[in-house]
Design a protein around this ligand. Sequence first.
Ligand code: GCV
Length: 672
Amino acid sequence: MKLRSFLTLLACCCLTFTVWAEDGSRLWLRQEAGSGAQVDCLLHTPVTEVAVRELKTCWKGVPVALQLMADADHRALGPEGYILRSRDGRIVISASGEKGLLYGAYHLLRLQATGADCSQLDVTERPAYDLRILDHWDNLDGTIERGYAGHSLWKWEELPAVSPRYEAYARANASVGINGAVLNNVNASPKMLATDYLKKVKVLADIFRPYGVKVYLSVNFASPMGLGGLETADPLDAGVQAWWKQKVSEIYALIPDFGGFLVKANSEGQPGPCDYHRTHAEGANMLATALKPYGGIVMWRAFVYAPSSDDRAKQAYNEFLPLDGQFMDNVIVQVKNGPVDFQPREPYSPLFTSMKHTDLMVEFQLTQEYLGHSNHLAYLPPMWTEFFEDVCPRSLRAVCAVSNVGDDVNWCGHDLAQSNWYAFGRMAWNPSLTPAQMADEWLKQTFTDEPAFVDAMKQVMLDSREVVVDYMMPLGLHHIFAGNHHYGPEPWYDVPGARRDWMPPYYHRADKEGLGFDRTSRGSNAVAQYPDSLCRLYGDLSTCPEKYLLWFHHVPWDYRMKSGRTFWDELCHKYDDGVKAARGFCDVWTRMKPYVDAERYDRIEEKFDIQAHDAVWWKDACLLYFQTFSKRKLPKDIEKTHFKLKDLRKVQLPISNYECPTKEMLPRYNAN
Ligand code: GCV
């Protein structure tokens, strides 16, 4: 090669490298611009303008027409559904509403980006849920409760000055069908409703609107006192009711399509109607009355538990079931997927199959509070699929998830955690999509469609949540996290006199006989909250699925498992399997090097390395600690422990509840 050609090639390579420098900020939206496609649309609204712009920028196929249709077939798809059809050498995207056209445009672009055949399109779509919402636990001071991807995206100090990331955020949501965002933490400051802040909220709402994303706010139930200067927040007090009505009318004057309120009441110290001997229904209905004339809704959380309860897992059911049928029709009771708190694995919350006369929505958690923060890969759709195996998707009115987004350049802290944001939107649109389908789509759009890469990484993603369960809390163990954060293991954490249901021994109940929380009729009888067939299945040690064993039973150390091993040996093997699988992720990733840009390769390599080391930390901490009760040897065929229990007992991570630990803070073992 001549020197000049070589230098030209070198320059091109450098240019390419610069253009594609990969900071992760482009998420799954990385189709090249400049296609100049022919796109026709007679309707000109801010929403259709986004649809047209997206197609004109990225679509590389035949001409596209966007058409609004009012016939019965289209009306049956609702305002967000759409039809994509190939017709006479072009593609027609038709819908009864502008949002349908927007979602249809993103569907077409997704087909292109995933390499689908777009020559004979005949697609009809309607979302399973009208409300597909991300909940941000962002505080007004910029921190994010349980957020591990930097600070809040919302720069309250700077607003009304606008960051380009606001629009990028709305676009990402629209591309996967998310149509609502609760902007602030459920532990809400009354200040959120101050006029100054509402004006800032309006700026965000205006930016999100063309992308079909509505804004909601979490409210502090005592705002009439904290902000309005009233002496009470009693929902039956006429002054309180008038205060909320006036506040709601102020909000709608600024934001005519405001979505409504999310409320955490009488939970973890938050104020609520029970402070005035009123019920949750009375509190929710008072707010719902104020919102109703404007079409607003109340999402009222059922996440409640008091120190006096004999079993925290029973409490939401005990408090809310008696209120079934008492909520207004613009109230939706928001229930966490499991009865305790976003654990690596929980059975579903029995409220879902019991509260038959109340609209319910499930709350999932994308931010990995209990799944290794933004250090570990835990692709969550298998958890959602497991939930929907027991809870019929049609029985729910809506779905939401606690967001994992912050102001980190790559949005989610871990590049691979973007897949959970992506998949949440796709699942909320269509809960029958499989975890594999969503992983496939996401990998192809975010990295490459090279089969060697997609196949290997899809398997890693699909395995990842179960692997985390194995090395953290297998066989139904739960809530054995460190006392001052929810990252590492501390099954021994116990403070005399402190709230029992904040202490791991409350949950694992280790003693010389065995391990696990007896929730059968001999114990707390939480199992009775499930339908009869499940109650019998879970309540009998011999039929209880092993994945829930220690959730429902106190299992003797020598109990014989299906594998033929004793329970103790099985527990040891589960932890060991988790460690080996986490190390396996590192090996797969090493083989992915040829397919990935250097920056993302290095960042993800470091995350997998941390995850593999943390898996050993979890295994050693839990097995060495439980061994002090079981008094049994570790099986010979599992890896020897690397740490000593007395050293692990000293580990204290210097992190708050909105930080992810760095590699340097974590205990590491020497593999040699
Ligand atoms: C926002 C758990 C978390 C809290 C969170 C709470 C909730 O307890 O640790 O940080 O508070 O759930 O969902 O309200």
